[in-house]
Ligand binder design. Structure first.
Ligand code: SF4
Length: 511
C-alpha cells in the first residue's frame, strides 16, 4: 500500500496517476477529503509550498520557492514570481516525476503525460509554429526537434515516443486541415451485439442470440435517430460515417441490409469522405454480409483477429480460429474491399513475444491496409478484471516495449505509417494504442474523433454524442446502455441531443 499526500487538489490526481504508473502493482490510496482540507489549510498562507508525501514508502518530496527536496537530495529549479499558476504546476509536476523516477530507478516512456491524447499537445506546438510562416504542414528537422525537445523538457517524454508523436501529429494535422471542421461532423452508429463476450471486453455488448427478437425494434429506433440527426444537423456537412459496436456484422445480412438502406435513405445524397463498418469478428463475417456492405458504398472495414494464435482466441472467448480470420479477410478482398483494417492486442493472457511474432507474421502475409495495435487495458467492467486471480500470473509477462517495437517494425515492413495514437487508463506497459496505415488509407473518422476537432453525432445504445464548439470546448450527451431502455426512451434522447446541438457558441445564451 502506498499513501499519497499532496496539499493541492489540482495536482492530487496527477500524483496518484504517476505513483500508479511507477508502482503498477501497488494499491495507491489518496487522502480523504477531511485530511486533504487539513493539508491545504496548513499552507494557505504560502501557496507556493507543495508537499508530496508517499508515506509508506518513506519518501517525501517538497517544493518551496525555487527548491525541490527529495529526502536529503535537493534540486534547484527556476521559479519566478512572474510565472502563472499553470506554469508553476508544470514545474511541480516535472519534479514529482523526477523524484519518482529517482526513487524507483525507472523512467516512463511518456514521461509525466497522463492524458489520453498526447498527439494533441504536439499538434498545438506545430500550430504555434504555423502562425505567419505560410508553410503550414511542412516542417524542417530543426522545427520537429524543437517540438520534441520542448515536450521532453516540460513533460519528460522520451525521445523515441516524442518522435513518434511528432510524426503522427504532422500526418494527422494535414488530414484535419483538409476538412472544414467548423461546419463538418461525423456520424457514429453503435450496434451493441456480439457473437459472444470477449474476456477483456468493457464495451456495451450483448450476446446476439439473446437479443434476436429485439434487433428490428433496435434498428427502427436507430432509424428514428438517423432522421432526427439529419434534421438537427441541418446546415452542417456529414464527413464520415462509422458503424461500430459491439460487432455490427453480428446482424444477419437481412438486418444489415435494412440498417444500411435506412442510412442511405436519410444521408444518401451526402458526399462523404469515408464510410466504415467494423466487420469485426471472423465468426460473424459471411460473403452475403460483405456484399451488402459493398452494395451500400461502405469504403473501409475491419477484420479484427486481436491475435493469430488459436489457443489465445479460445482463452479470450472467441468462437473462431485463425483460419477463419484468414478466410474472412480473403473473402473481403474478393468482394472488392481495398481498405481493410486489422486490430491486434498486445499482452493478452498467456502471450509472450513468440506469440506476438506469430501474430505479426500471419498479418504480414495478409497485407491489410491498416493495422491498429492495442496494449491490453484491464478495464473495471471486464470479466478479465473479475478473474484477475486466475489470470494474474499470465498477464503482463510480456515486455510491452519490445512487443510494440516489433509491431512498429512489422507495420513498417508492410509500408504502413503511424497515423493516430491514444492512451487509456490501466494500459499495459503504460504505453499506447497506435493505428498504422498506408498512404491514402488512414482512418479519417479515427483522427477526427480522437483529436476532437469536429462534432460526432452518435446513435445507438451506450454511445456518446460530442459537441465540439468553435473554441475547442466539448460537451457530451450519452444514451442508455440498456437496449430495452434505449428503444423505449428514444424520443427523450433525441430531444437531449437536439438541445445540445442547438446551444449557441460559447459565452452566449441558449437559442
Ligand atoms: S468483439 Fe469487441 S465489443 Fe464484442 S465482446 Fe469482443 S471486445 Fe467486446
Amino acid at each position: 500500500m502506498i499513501k499519497t499526500k499532496i496539499n493541492r487538489h489540482d495536482i492530487e490526481y496527477f500524483l496518484y496517476a504517476m505513483v500508479k504508473a511507477f508502482y503498477k502493482d501497488a494499491v495507491v490510496e489518496a487522502p480523504d477529503t477531511a485530511e486533504h482540507n487539513r493539508l491545504e489549510d496548513d499552507v494557505r498562507e504560502d501557496q507556493d509550498l507543495v508537499t508530496c508525501n508517499l508515506t509508506s514508502q518513506g519518501m517525501t518530496v517538497s517544493f518551496n520557492k525555487g527548491k525541490c527536496f527529495l529526502e536529503d537530495k535537493e534540486y534547484s529549479y527556476e521559479f519566478s514570481e512572474k510565472e502563472d499558476d499553470s506554469e508553476y504546476k508544470d514545474i511541480v509536476r516535472g519534479y514529482i516525476y523526477d523524484a519518482l523516477a529517482d526513487y524507483s530507478g525507472n523512467v516512463l516512456p511518456w514521461g509525466n503525460l497522463t492524458g489520453i491524447r498526447p498527439t494533441k499537445l504536439y499538434m498545438n506546438l506545430f500550430r504555434a509554429l504555423d502562425s505567419g510562416s505560410g508553410t503550414e504542414n511542412e516542417y524542417t528537422k530543426d522545427q520537429i526537434d524543437q517540438v520534441v525537445n520542448k515536450m521532453a523538457l516540460k513533460h519528460r517524454v522520451s525521445d523515441y515516443k516524442g518522435q513518434l508523436a511528432a510524426d503522427i501529429a504532422i500526418r494527422e494535422k494535414k488530414i484535419i486541415d483538409s476538412f472544414d471542421n467548423k461546419d463538418g461532423y461525423s456520424l457514429y452508429i453503435g450496434i451493441p451485439f456480439c457473437p459472444s463476450t470477449c474476456l477483456y471486453c468493457s464495451f456495451t455488448s450483448y450476446p446476439i442470440v439473446s437479443y434476436k427478437d429485439k434487433v428490428r425494434s433496435y434498428l427502427d429506433a436507430i432509424y428514428e435517430e438517423l432522421k432526427a440527426a439529419k434534421e438537427i444537423m441541418v446546415g452542417k456537412h456529414l464527413d464520415t460515417i462509422y458503424i461500430g459496436g459491439g460487432t455490427p456484422s453480428s446482424l444477419s445480412s437481412q438486418d444489415m441490409d435494412y440498417l444500411l438502406s435506412k442510412v442511405q435513405e436519410v444521408f444518401g445524397n451526402e458526399n462523404i469522405a469515408e464510410y466504415t463498418v467494423e466487420a469485426g469478428r471472423a465468426d460473424s463475417i459471411t460473403e452475403d454480409k460483405l456484399k451488402v456492405l459493398k452494395k451500400y458504398g461502405v469504403s473501409r472495414i475491419s477484420v479484427n483477429p486481436q491475435t493469430m494464435n488459436d489457443d489465445t482466441l479460445k482463452r479470450i472467448g472467441r468462437h473462431h480460429d485463425t483460419k477463419a480470420v484468414i478466410d474472412a479477410f480473403n473473402m473481403a478482398r474478393e468482394v472488392g474491399f481495398d481498405n481493410i483494417n486489422m486490430d491486434i492486442i498486445l499482452g493478452l493472457p498467456g502471450e509472450d513475444l513468440a506469440y506476438v511474432d506469430r501474430t505479426l507474421e500471419a498479418i504480414k502475409e495478409l497485407k491489410p491496409d491498416s493495422l491498429t495495435v492495442h496494449s491490453l487495458a484491464i478495464k473495471r467492467a471486464s470479466r478479465l478484471k473479475e478473474m484477475m486471480d486466475k489470470y494474474n500470473s499470465e498477464i503482463g509477462v510480456i515486455d510491452f516495449d519490445k512487443a510494440m517495437n516489433m509491431s512498429i517494425e512489422a507495420a513498417d515492413s508492410m509500408g504502413l505509417k503511424p497515423y493516430y495514437l491514444y492512451r487509456q487508463k490501466d494500459m499495459g506497459g503504460n504505453l499506447e494504442n497506435t493505428g498504422f496505415a498506408s498512404d491514402g488509407k488512414y482512418g479519417i473518422y479515427n483522427i477526427l474523433m480522437m483529436e476532437e476537432v469536429q462534432s460526432i453525432y452518435a446513435i445507438g445504445a451506450g454511445t456518446v454524442t460530442k459537441r465540439v464548439y468553435d473554441d475547442g470546448h466539448i460537451e457530451r450527451c450519452d444514451t442508455h446502455k440498456d437496449v430495452n431502455l434505449y428503444i423505449a426512451d428514444i424520443e427523450a434522447m433525441i430531444e437531449r441531443k437536439r438541445g445540445l446541438i442547438a446551444k449557441k457558441e460559447r459565452n452566449r445564451s441558449y437559442e
